[in-house]
Write a protein that binds this ligand. Structure first.
Ligand code: AMP
Ligand code: ZN
Length: 470
């Protein structure tokens, strides 16, 4: 199995430290708002990597942290005049709800930064003791010049960074590139006691502390969006390796960014969509299918058209799954099981996923499988139930357990679970049939009726999608 390691910029053989155990850390959300679909892409791709490692027989200890104290949270708290703890508690809960709705498997641990202040202080004390960090009036900074090869993950050289950096507002630092490990408390901010007086941790130290506490000093995989390569992950390496004097991470995995209509998602452009908003119109399976059709490492453009196409894809899988369940229930014992070569499909699925989690190829293979199963069913009138059981098992092992794009136990309520959505879909199916029969008077009646209920209908060559405007 090969993984593209951001550190070496090559695909490397995956050899975990203590197989079958694998330790994996994913930088989780700052809980100051609902998470958006860009975050969702990173969370879903990390989930699929974790699930595939489990499919391969690894015992994965998967940690995703919650940053519940940092600048963004404090700014939000000032803006809304609500305590940081209250905002963090509310959005942590919502984070778990949204993970559940997106069918993301819960991590083995979801540590909160504020529950690990002691561990952070211990690392900072160690760094100060070694002369790598220094204190100035209650703030503590990391002296990047003291860490040999600072910039080794991102490939940035200290001299270039210095030349390009703007002079920072913080006059306390010896060097503008030095980063904060501990911040002196300000009026109204959460704070903790420390050898440098009351204050709070910097963001980077949070991940170094939680990762080491829960997974050990050297871990197999550390993942996050590629916005985190510099400075966040670079700084994590500098902190952890200087403190523990051993390699911090074997494999660095970074997820490409999700853009909207070729633009960066940003609040000022008004194009930030929360996972919750998208889940109103599309099922978790459709959203996951949309994401996995692009390799995790590259950029991806988000659009309603592409989600509409993913929805059609999901319906193909679902239709086969329903047929298969129906046929298994009939329990036909005569006929043949057709000698369909399931093993080669398993083999190919593994080959693609072993190649740096090539989900686009693995997904194309599943559609190829569906096409061939449908063909076999069309060509044979009597098929033994064993065949259908094997089809179901293949789909469960791959499309369900690894990719999460079908769930056999929820076949009849996949459309976000609500009866309302299922009724809308039923009406749209009837409308499609009416249009095929050229009964435009009735098909328009359905469209106009739905429009009156603020349900917008969009026809494209991939099919019909709808959007509820609230
Ligand atoms: P944040 O709460 O912004 O720190 O982000 C949580 C996780 O989502 C991190 O691993 C980020 O790198 C990732 N992330 C943030 N924005 C995007 C985006 N537009 N596309 C993909 N991943 C993202
Ligand atoms: Zn982190």
């Amino acid at each position: 199995m090969k993984i593209y390691n951001t550190f070496s910029k090559t695909k490397e053989d995956f050899i975990p430290l203590n197989p079958p155990k694998v330790t994996m850390y994913m930088c989780g959300p700052t809980v100051y708002d609902y998470f958006h679909i860009g975050n969702a892409r990173s969370f879903i791709m990390a989930d699929i990597i974790r699930r595939y490692l489990e499919f391969k027989g690894y015992d994965v200890n998967f940690v995703m942290n919650l940053t519940d104290v940092d600048d963004r949270l404090i700014n939000r708290s000032i803006k809304d005049n609500i305590a940081v703890e209250k905002i963090a508690a509310f959005y942590s809960e919502e984070f778990f709800n949204d993970l559940y709705s997106l069918k993301i498997k819960p991590a083995s641990f979801f540590p909160k930064a504020t529950a690990h202040i002691r561990e952070m202080v211990d690392i900072i004390k160690n760094l100060v003791g070694k002369g790598i960090a220094y204190e100035k009036n209650g703030d503590v900074f990391y002296n990047v010049k003291k860490f040999e090869n600072y910039g080794k993950l991102s490939g940035k050289k200290l001299e270039e960074l210095e030349a390009g950096s703007r002079v920072e507002v913080n006059e306390q630092k010896n060097n503008p590139l030095d980063f904060t490990l501990w911040k002196k408390t300000k009026e109204g901010e959460p704070s903790w006691e420390s050898p440098w007086g009351k204050g709070r941790p910097g963001w980077h130290i949070e991940c170094s502390a939680m990762s080491t506490k829960l997974l050990g000093k050297t871990i197999d995989i550390h993942a996050g969006g590629n916005d985190l390569i510099f400075p966040h992950h670079e700084n994590e390496i500098a902190q952890s390796e200087a403190c523990f004097e051993q390699k911090f991470v074997k494999y660095w995995i970074h997820f490409g960014f999700l853009n909207i209509q070729n633009e960066k998602m940003s609040k000022s452009l008004g194009n930030v969509f929360t996972a919750k908003e998208i889940l109103k119109n599309y099922s978790a399976e459709t959203i996951r299918l949309f994401f996995i059709q692009t390799h995790y490492g590259g950029p991806l453009n988000f659009s309603d058209e592409l989600l509409g196409a993913a929805k059609k894809g999901f319906e193909k899988i679902k239709n086969l799954a329903i047929t298969v369940d129906y046929e298994i229930n009939k329990n036909t014992t005569d006929g043949t099981d057709l000698g369909f070569d399931f093993n080669s499909y398993y083999q190919e699925f593994s080959n693609y996923m072993d190649d740096d989690f090539n989900t686009p190829r693995a997904t194309a293979l599943i559609f190829d499988f569906i096409r061939n199963v449908n063909k076999v069913m069309a060509e044979n009138s009597k098929i033994n139930s064993i065949f259908y059981q094997k089809v179901k098992k293949f789909l469960q092992d791959t499309a369900e357990d690894v990719l999460g794009i079908i769930h056999f136990s929820e076949l009849y309520n996949e459309s976000n679970g609500s009866i309302e959505n299922q009724l809308i879909e039923l009406l749209l199916d009837i409308r499609t049939q009416l249009k095929q029969q050229k009964n435009y008077a009735l098909s328009d009646l359905i469209r106009d009726g739905l429009n009156k209920l603020n349900i917008e209908i969009k026809d494209s060559k991939e099919g019909t999608t709808y959007k509820k405007n609230t």
